[in-house]
Write a protein that binds this ligand. Structure first.
Ligand SMILES: [Zn+2]
Length: 245
């Protein structure tokens, strides 16, 4: 079951790019924006760390965002109304296009390039997109600790999710695991777009979603969870003994 792996993190950064026009940068200096940048609205806490750990373990390329989703959301399609946050309100079409060209396209294109290269070596390719979610959103309390998002209609995705969650349940019976929650794997997003580029026998797209309460729970618990995610994927991939370190 060993296949090439590509790791991405669309919400890895809460940075406001220096290349942004100064009047837009100024919007992020106001206290409400500073607060939003530091919160789940600005980025997925812990996702960069987990994505790096996965990339290291599997010797896989990592494509991680370097720009906050409050500027442009790399996990939204160009037509999606949440592509730009309210902090970008009032921008004209050329200004929006400039931001898309500077940040959105380079990420999307690099992911597609890495997947294309991996597919030239071996099929299928496994794309793991790393995310984290806030424990409570608009009064909705999310009790799950770790979730995998995928397309249940794609047999290879479902099979990998079964193996991965199975390994997870054995290793961490104390955690609540979930499928396609708090979001559906087929909702608008990068993996959904890529399923339109490659068929089910070539592309396996899985989003891993971690409850952010683990990220802030103290270093020991978070480090353990990172190791759990990495090693249960290794088990699901049949790479348990192929430790590199
Ligand atoms: Zn995310």
């Amino acid at each position: 079951m060993t296949q090439s792996i590509v790791i991405t993190a669309e919400h890895a950064s809460n940075a406001v790019p220096k290349s942004l026009p100064s009047e837009l940068r100024a919007r992020f200096a106001e206290s409400g924006a500073v607060k939003a940048l530091a919160s789940h609205r600005g980025f997925d806490a812990g996702s960069l760390e987990l994505a790096r750990a996965l990339a290291r373990r599997f010797d896989a390329p990592l494509v991680a965002a370097t720009c906050t989703r409050l500027v442009v959301d790399l996990n939204r399609s160009l037509h999606h109304r949440a592509l730009f946050s309210s902090f970008m309100d009032g921008l004209d079409a050329p200004a929006r296009e400039a931001i898309v060209d500077a940040h959105w396209r380079p990420h999307r294109e690099r992911v597609e390039r890495e997947l294309t290269e991996a597919l030239e070596q071996r099929r299928p390719v496994l794309h793991v997109a790393v995310h984290s979610f806030t424990p409570e959103l608009d009064g909705d309390v999310r009790t799950m600790d770790v979730a995998l998002l995928y397309d249940p209609q794609r047999p290879l995705e479902k099979a990998l999710a079964d193996r991965w969650l199975g390994a997870f349940a054995t290793r961490r019976p104390d955690l609540v695991l979930a499928r396609n929650r708090p979001y559906r794997g087929t909702a608008d997003g990068l993996t959904t777009h890529l399923r339109g580029v490659w068929g089910p026998d070539a592309y396996i797209g899985i989003e891993v979603e971690i409850n952010q309460r683990h990220v802030v729970s103290g270093r020991g618990g978070w480090q353990r969870l990172v190791a759990d995610v990495v090693e249960t994927l290794a088990e699901a991939e049949g790479r348990r003994d192929v430790r590199r370190h």
